[in-house]
Design a protein. Structure first.
Length: 222
């Protein structure tokens, strides 16, 4: 348990900073003021972890009791506010750091769920939720369809990482090895999706078929 807690304490703040940057950049792009930027930074960086802790009964959530999470989020927001031009120029590196943050959160979320006695399936799903929760809430607050549900294997990569951690736990593999393997797979999937535009099938054909049906219905005499 000590090793697990140590890993979680290292991974959570690191992922928080990366996701907080993404929230701050989205806020600046929507021309929010500095308070809005800091709010989006905190939400993007911490909502996934808060949701995880509330669902497994680890209350109050770590993000609300450990000042490091707030400090890291505020720091990310301020860096973006004052150095936005520089941060925005680092779009590709930020995507890579985002992939690292997703790996951190998915792995840490799954392991914390296991430590609190959840079933393997629920632990994997909760690990995925930990990784994508902040981005989903960020987009909801900005009245957008959550990007994590429609782009670049985001949720799939998080689920893959969490599943590897869970499978490693079931097989008795040490947490360090399974966490590393899960993180590598998650990062690899995100890298390939960003580099080669990998994505899951979408309903283009169904949409076109529906459009033709609607058009033919409109042409029918009434």
């Amino acid at each position: 348990m000590i090793a697990i807690e140590t890993f979680v304490h290292i991974l959570d703040p690191g992922g928080t900073f990366v996701f907080a940057i993404s929230g701050a950049v989205a806020a600046v792009n929507r021309r929010l003021d500095i308070f809005g930027i800091l709010v989006l930074s905190f939400v993007a960086g911490n909502f996934g972890g808060i949701t995880r802790d509330m669902l497994i009964g680890a209350v109050p959530p770590a993000a609300l009791t450990d000042g490091r999470y707030l400090l890291v989020s505020v720091l990310a927001g301020l860096v973006t506010f004052f150095l936005y031009a520089g941060v925005n120029k680092l779009h590709a590196p930020v995507l890579m750091f985002d992939a690292v943050g997703l790996s951190f959160f998915a792995v840490a979320g799954a392991e914390k769920a296991i430590a609190f006695g959840l079933s393997p399936v629920m632990s994997a799903l909760l690990g995925m939720l930990t990784g994508i929760g902040g981005g989903m809430m960020r987009d909801v607050l900005l009245t957008e369809i959550p990007q994590v549900l429609r782009s670049d294997l985001y949720a799939v990569a998080a689920l893959a990482a969490a599943s590897i951690v869970v499978i490693g736990h079931l097989l008795g593999v040490s947490y360090g090895i399974s966490a590393l393997a899960g993180g590598i797979v998650c990062f690899g999937l995100r890298f390939m999706a960003i580099r080669y535009d990998w994505h899951l099938p979408i309903a283009h054909l169904s949409a076109r078929g529906r459009a033709r049906m609607d058009s033919s219905d409109d042409d029918k005499p009434r």
